[in-house]
Design a binder for this molecule. Structure first.
Ligand code: CTP
Ligand SMILES: C[C@](O)(CO)[C@H](O)COP(=O)(O)O
Length: 220
């Protein structure tokens, strides 16, 4: 099975509040994107495309292995993954889409996604249970619903797909579509998405506290 990894790294990191694009922010002295590329490789994905903020290729090339392909990302994560997918080898069987913002993803998570794809699943995402009661609120903040927690999951990356199915789902999507993950893209095309266990260590670095937590994990 020929797998290609797409690392979405073209975000700016507004919620982190850094001057650098988030993917270049250091974690224990190495940029987040370098950790995330290593995580995919350690899990068994050799070929990697990284989507970068336009105009920042040199900065990314300086911190990544020379065989990683760099492409300009877009204005949204959806647009960036679309650009990465267009640059991925057309002869790849499967694609794993990963966030640069999930630097400490254990190789086991990547391996579980690959194994489910090798089993013939068309779309696979790692998930974790929800531990808090979770509610829906209206614009005034009043609770309107409290979905049964047993059926709720937190979705992580890498998310794995049959390459042709993901490409067809993106092709069917409007040019300005902005969905929060790639599972939503294939679900919009009617493809069922299965889940495998995620891992708390694959947490996303979104705000400053997440970076502190990741630093503490690396120190341990
Ligand atoms: N136009 C974009 C926006 C996001 N991403 C990537 O998608 C992943 C998840 O996005 P998020 O954590 O929201 O990153 P940012 O968009 O950088 O964060 P923020 O919303 O705080 O600006 C990140 O690795 C980010 O680099 C991307 O490739 N292209
Ligand atoms: C793809 C993702 O990490 C799955 O949980 C998440 O949807 C990214 O969301 P963000 O708004 O780009 O942080």
């Amino acid at each position: 099975m020929h797998a290609v990894g797409i690392v979405a790294a073209a975000g700016s990191g507004l919620r982190l509040g850094s001057d650098l694009p988030k993917a270049l922010v250091p974690l224990a002295g190495r940029p987040l994107v370098a950790w995330s590329v290593d995580a995919l490789r350690a899990g068994g994905v050799a070929e990697i495309v990284v989507t970068v903020p336009p105009g920042r290729r040199d900065a990314f090339a300086a911190v990544l292995p020379p065989d990683v392909r760099l492409v300009d990302g877009g204005a949204s994560r959806t647009a960036s993954v679309r650009a990465g997918l267009a640059a991925a080898s057309a002869d790849a069987d499967v694609v794993l889409v990963h966030d640069a913002a999930r630097p400490l993803t254990p190789p086991d998570v990547v391996a579980r996604v690959l194994a489910a794809l090798a089993d013939g699943q068309p779309a696979v995402v790692p998930t974790l249970p929800v531990v808090d009661t979770t509610v829906v609120v209206d614009d005034a903040g009043v609770i309107t619903d409290a979905p049964a927690r047993a059926h709720l999951r937190r979705v992580q990356t890498p998310q794995g797909f049959d390459r042709a199915i993901l490409a067809a789902a993106y092709a069917a999507l409007g040019p300005d579509a902005d969905l929060t993950d790639d599972a939503a893209v294939v679900r919009a095309a009617g493809i069922p998405v299965t889940t495998v266990p995620g891992d708390e260590r694959a947490a996303k670095v979104t705000v400053a506290h997440d970076l502190e937590t990741a630093e503490a994990r690396v120190r341990r």
